[in-house]
Structures are given as C-alpha cells and as structure tokens.
Write a protein of this length. Structure first.
Length: 158
C-alpha cells in the first residue's frame, strides 16, 4: 500500500475508533490488510501530526492535531495554543533554557511545531518522549518563552 493511502486509512481509523497506542493502530491496519513495521507507523504518526489526548473518561487517545488546509500564521499560532493547552503538564525555566514536561509521546511533535513557527526567542529545541528543552539566547528570551507556554492566552512570544 502506498504511503498516501496508508495515511488516509490511519486518519479514518483514528476518526472512527478510540485508538490508545500504536499496537491498537497496527491491529486495525492489519485488519484492513496493511502490514507495516512499528517504525513505519511511528513515522506515519509523526507525519500526520497525531497526538495523544485524554478522552472524557480520562484515557489516552490518538487524535489528529492539524486540520488540513489551514496554513496562515494566525491559524498555526491557534493550533499551537490548543496543543499547549492539551499536552503540556509542567513548564520550568532554568536560566536561558525552558524545560517542558508533556503528556507521554507528545514532546517531539510539540517541539516540531515550535521549530516550524521559527520564534526569534527560541534558538533550538531538543525533545524526548515526554520532555522538551528549549534553548534561548538570553534569560529574558527564556522568560518570555516560559511565560507564553504557561499562559498562551494572555502572553505572546517573538
């Protein structure tokens, strides 16, 4: 199956089923005749900007983060704010760095979104499974980044 077709199938599966992890997604794909490695599914999840959110019962669930056909800076910022609200657990500033703890398996995507928006206050991001380190040029820049990540509705970032 072509990558594009697999991506469409993954979107459909996530929209119609409560998928909690990659194993469940792979099971649904196999039921549709798609055989893919865990590494391929991980790349697909990253490519499709799928995040884990918490459903109404408090259980983790995969969800598409980015809606198609919305590419303006204003819309990108709105999506970032929504993602901050949904996946960030803790923000702490340490001099010129900001350390962010996210829900499991969301740090890489949030770091990628921050990188894509090219804020002047952010020099680089490093992400793991649930932690991001943001490096800023100055303590003041890091202070601005931390303030924005703690309350994106009332502060801005350059």
């Amino acid at each position: 199956m072509r990558k594009k077709d697999r991506h469409e199938l993954i979107k459909q599966i996530i929209a119609t089923h409560s998928i909690r992890n990659q194993s469940e997604l792979m099971t649904y794909l196999e039921e549709q005749g798609v055989v893919a490695t865990q590494a391929t599914i991980s790349r697909d999840i990253r490519d499709l900007k799928i995040v884990k959110t918490i459903d109404e019962d408090g259980n983790p669930r995969f969800e598409l983060f980015q809606e198609p056909n919305q590419t303006s800076d204003d819309e990108d910022t709105k999506r970032l704010v929504r993602m901050i609200d949904e996946v960030i657990i803790k923000v702490e500033r340490v001099q010129f760095m900001t350390v962010i703890q996210t829900l499991p398996d969301n740090a890489n995507l949030l770091a990628a979104v921050l990188d894509d928006l090219s804020f002047q206050s952010i020099v680089a991001t490093m992400a793991s499974f649930d932690t991001i380190i943001i490096i800023s040029r100055t303590d003041e820049d890091a202070q601005q980044v931390a303030a924005f990540l703690k309350d994106p509705h009332s502060t801005t970032i350059n």
